[in-house]
Design a protein around this ligand. Structure first.
Ligand SMILES: *[C@@H]1O[C@H](CO)[C@@H](O)[C@H](O)[C@H]1NC(C)=O
Ligand SMILES: *[C@@H]1O[C@H](CO)[C@@H](O)[C@H](O)[C@H]1NC(C)=O
Ligand SMILES: *[C@@H]1O[C@H](CO)[C@@H](O)[C@H](O)[C@H]1NC(C)=O
Length: 225
């Protein structure tokens, strides 16, 4: 009960902050950046928490590298799925293992980079929804970072730059919030489900380019205290 109050308190605080923020932005054209990790606790990660999913018929090194702290993941539109029995599109993704969740408030942080000409691809997702495979997908189409393949654009110009991505999922409030470089960009309902985990990389969607790549560094997972 007490926890519920804290959680809805967080949602309320964020909601009122956002109303204020939007009003202020309209009036003054100023961008607020906030530290989204305040009140969260970092969950320890090591290499055993990173599973690399890749086309099943090629070695990992043909689609993934980890150099100087940078995970580079790439895939081709002609690639096979990640298992011989899967009917899904080609992907090379990091799946966070060992931190499945079904309650609480969780946060993914990572610094991402998407090279020009990568298009028609999901670069980050929260797995698990009710009648959907996912509760969130961030997709890139012709340079724009979108909520799924919708008109909700988080950044119209995502190519060839490092950006810090923070994704907060409040399971009880059924909300997902996304921040880029500390600036609030998206606040949507989740899509239900009771078993979630985070993924990032490249997962081909509609109108995928032949070559798709994203890079990630400083991947962290936080849980609300
Ligand atoms: C990773 O951390 C877990 C505990 O969370 C530990 O059991 C495991 O040995 C560690 N693995 C490596 C490769 O450090
Ligand atoms: C995490 O979720 C996946 C997919 O639902 C499942 O295959 C896996 O066994 C789960 N892992 C744990 C530790 O619960
Ligand atoms: C995919 O490409 C076709 C042909 O270029 C275009 O008509 C269509 O709008 C594109 N769809 C998306 C989702 O970009």
């Amino acid at each position: 009960m007490a926890q519920k109050v804290v959680v809805s308190g967080l949602a309320l605080a964020l909601a009122s902050f956002m109303v204020f923020e939007i009003g202020f932005k309209r009036a003054w054209g100023y961008k607020f950046t906030i530290d989204t990790t305040i009140g969260f606790e970092e969950v320890p990660l090591n290499s055993s928490n990173f599973e690399i999913q890749r086309p099943y018929d090629v070695p990992q090194s043909a689609r993934y590298s980890f150099v100087n702290g940078v995970h580079k993941l790439w895939v081709y539109s002609s690639d096979k799925p990640h298992t011989p029995t899967s009917n899904t599109n080609p992907r090379t993704e990091i799946r966070i293992l060992g931190h499945n969740y079904s309650s609480g408030v969780w946060q993914f942080e990572g610094n991402g980079y998407v090279p020009r000409d990568t298009s028609g691809v999901c670069i980050m997702q929260i797995f698990g929804g009710n009648h959907h495979a996912t509760t969130l997908m961030l997709q890139v189409y012709n340079g724009a970072l979108r909520y799924y393949n919708t008109d909700l654009v988080l950044d119209p110009n995502i190519y060839n730059k490092w950006f810090r991505l923070n994704v907060i999922h409040d399971v009880e409030a059924k909300k997902v919030m996304v921040f880029i470089d500390g600036v609030h960009k998206l606040h949507v309902n989740d899509r239900g489900g009771n078993a979630h985990y985070f993924k990032c990389g490249v997962y081909a969607q509609n109108n995928d380019s032949y070559y798709m790549e994203s890079r990630w560094k400083g991947i962290k997972i936080f849980k609300k205290c």
